[in-house]
Design a binder for this molecule. Structure first.
Ligand code: A2P
Length: 316
């Protein structure tokens, strides 16, 4: 299993299993199948609504001796309704209880956007908190305190723009080690990747295969001619070529699947080494196309805008 390294040398396996949209009733079996297939990195979040089932699967895998806790990396995230300092530690404790764990390997701020406590998704202006009502500087201090208490080994962020990541890194006592963002051949994030590189932050790709969303032919990664051609030449699948390109760019990637054959197929992508020419031809496919465009955060009288989200630098 290929791995990146955190600053203290802890491994961060290059391919992890995404669990967003992994349905309750299916996700536990997928975790088991993934561990058996060799996955050692699992990406979770309370908002996915499946952490209890995932926790039961981890507990069974540990007690069956399938794998040891110390051998796997587990990420989870802080939901937007818990950004205020007093809510951060309780939110982490709830996730740990649901996942049946003593610690997370990585704890991320899921979005830079804040909601009132108890709100899952905003329905009106009253459900939002502004950045001055819930400053990310204060959220980050609480994240640092969770780390200091040993409840998470590493801390980071998700959906942070280059400017916001830079601002938080400058402010932090313990800077973020990861920024998890949407990244695939149609949204190659080259500017953010440069910022991450300069700051020593690892970029993790979510929706690395295009999120399984209904697509037009121009945004269907698996139907792209360049990717299909490389796949044929390499006797690989378009999904494997896509993941191999992400790995070649120095990112970590977390494809979601609940299908045992596709789980194994995706993990095997780590063994494909693309040539510089193949990498460059996939680099040229960028369309700045977001499957997750962030518009859920900008409706219903929200104080946030898409420009604030994807280009802004505000942390307080
Ligand atoms: P499934 O869970 O049935 O395998 P992303 O990781 O970008 O969010 O994409 C996940 C979507 O891609 C899911 O619909 C998943 O379906 C599908 N998927 C995952 N791996 C593959 C693969 N190797 N080939 C085709 N589709 C895949």
């Amino acid at each position: 299993m290929k791995s990146h390294s955190f600053q203290n040398g802890d491994p961060f396996p290059t391919i992890g299993l995404g669990t967003w949209k992994a349905a309750p009733g299916e996700v536990g079996n997928a975790i088991f199948a993934a561990i058996k297939a060799g996955y050692r990195h699992f990406d979770c979040a309370p908002v996915y609504g499946n952490e209890k089932e995932i926790g039961r699967a981890f507990a069974a895998a540990f007690s069956d001796g399938l794998v040891k806790r110390s051998e796997i990396h587990i990420t989870s995230k802080l939901w937007c309704d818990a950004h205020q300092q007093e809510h951060v530690l309780p939110a982490l404790r709830k996730t740990l209880a649901d996942l049946q764990l003593d610690y997370l390997d990585l704890f991320l701020i899921h979005w830079p956007v804040a909601l009132t406590h108890g709100t899952l998704f905003p329905e009106s202006r009253a459900d939002f908190l502004t950045i001055s009502e819930a400053p990310l500087t204060e959220t980050w201090q609480a994240m640092e305190s969770c780390h200091a208490q040993g409840l998470c080994r590493h801390i980071g962020v998700s959906n942070f723009s280059p400017a916001r990541l830079t601002a938080l890194s400058k402010f932090a006592t313990r800077p973020p080690e990861v920024n998890q963002v949407e990244c695939h051949p149609f949204l190659n994030q080259s500017r953010l990747l440069t910022t991450c590189h300069d700051l020593g932050v690892i970029l993790t790709c979510y929706s690395p295969l295009g999120s399984g969303k209904e697509k037009s032919s121009s945004t269907d990664i698996f139907q792209n001619e360049t990717i299909k051609k490389i796949a044929t030449a390499r006797s690989a699948t378009p999904a494997q070529i896509t993941l191999a390109w992400e790995i070649a760019r120095g990112t970590v990637t977390i494809p979601k699947s609940t299908n045992p054959a596709r789980l194994a197929e995706n993990l095997a992508a780590a063994d494909l080494n693309l040539s510089p020419l193949e990498i460059a031809s996939i680099d040229s496919l960028d369309q700045n196309h977001r499957f997750i465009d962030g518009s859920i955060w900008t409706e219903d009288g929200s104080p946030y805008s898409l420009d604030w989200l994807w280009e802004g630098d505000a942390i307080e």
